[in-house]
Design a protein around this ligand. Structure first.
Ligand code: CMP
Length: 240
């Protein structure tokens, strides 16, 4: 299925909704097309960076390594999302690595081209600010969940976020999320150990809220997951 076709069946409805807002034409016209094969890196953390990318099709993971952890997934990005812009604006090295989870089509924008566009086209500047605001909101939500929510709530929230980005409805009305992540990577997104996230997933599966397969999750009862994440209505108290 094409990205546009898949997007049309996402809970958000349209490709623009999946991406936040439509990508300005001026930006698309100035960008160079780049294809990355599944498993390949677009760039590595600490590399110097002079190019930002827009995801046209496919999925990538953004991960960081520290002395304590060889790899920690921070985010999964899909169509309409931008990455690699931080090094352009603050002139620092890449803050994280970007690796393709599937075959990926990108639009690449060199620092000089993007700089000119930001100055000459207010739509591009506004679009970029929206993308950064969206990212900041997500990072803030993740940080507050790490402080205020338990592991099952964080796991439920990660599944809902992935469903919002990549979920496709099947014939039975369930949301299928082909995220392509291992359970270790899912646990990293939830900021917890693989064991505790597995336990939460098993509990959700036993309650028939989800069905888990390798690299994908089927969300059967979205409302129950939302209540457990703390983001849905809780008519009869918090579900444990
Ligand atoms: P840059 O630092 O140039 O290269 C790595 C990119 O990963 C960075 O720009 C951002 O675009 C992206 N990135 C870094 N941290 C996060 C995060 N927590 N969530 C999503 N994207 C991120």
């Amino acid at each position: 299925m094409s990205a546009a076709g898949a997007a049309a069946r996402r809970p958000g409805g349209t490709e623009a909704a999946a991406a936040g807002t439509p990508v300005p034409g001026g930006l698309l016209a100035a960008a160079r097309r780049v294809e990355i094969a599944a498993g390949d890196a677009v760039f590595l953390q600490d590399d110097p960076g002079d190019t930002a990318y827009l995801v046209v099709e496919g999925r990538l993971k953004i991960s960081q390594h520290t002395r304590a952890r060889p790899s920690n997934v921070l985010a999964v990005l899909g169509p309409g999302e931008v990455f690699g812009e931080l090094s352009l604006f603050d002139a620092g090295p890449r803050s994280a690595s970007a690796q393709a989870l599937t075959d990926v089509t990108l639009r690449a924008l060199h620092r000089d081209v993007l700089g000119e566009l930001v100055e000459s086209d207010p739509d591009v500047a506004t679009w970029l600010l929206r993308q950064l605001a969206r990212r900041l909101r997500r990072v803030t939500d993740t940080a507050s969940r790490l402080v205020f929510s338990d592991v099952p709530a964080r796991t439920a929230a990660v599944l809902l976020d992935l469903a919002e980005q990549f979920g496709i409805r099947d014939e039975a009305g369930a949301l299928v999320v082909d995220h392509g992540l291992t359970q270790t990577e899912l646990a990293q997104l939830a900021g917890a150990t693989r064991e505790t996230v597995n336990k939460a997933l098993s509990t959700f599966a036993t309650r028939e809220w989800i069905r888990v397969a390798k690299g994908s999750t089927r969300i059967v009862d979205r409302a129950a997951l939302a209540r457990r994440a703390g983001s849905g209505p809780q008519p009869s108290g918090v579900v444990r």
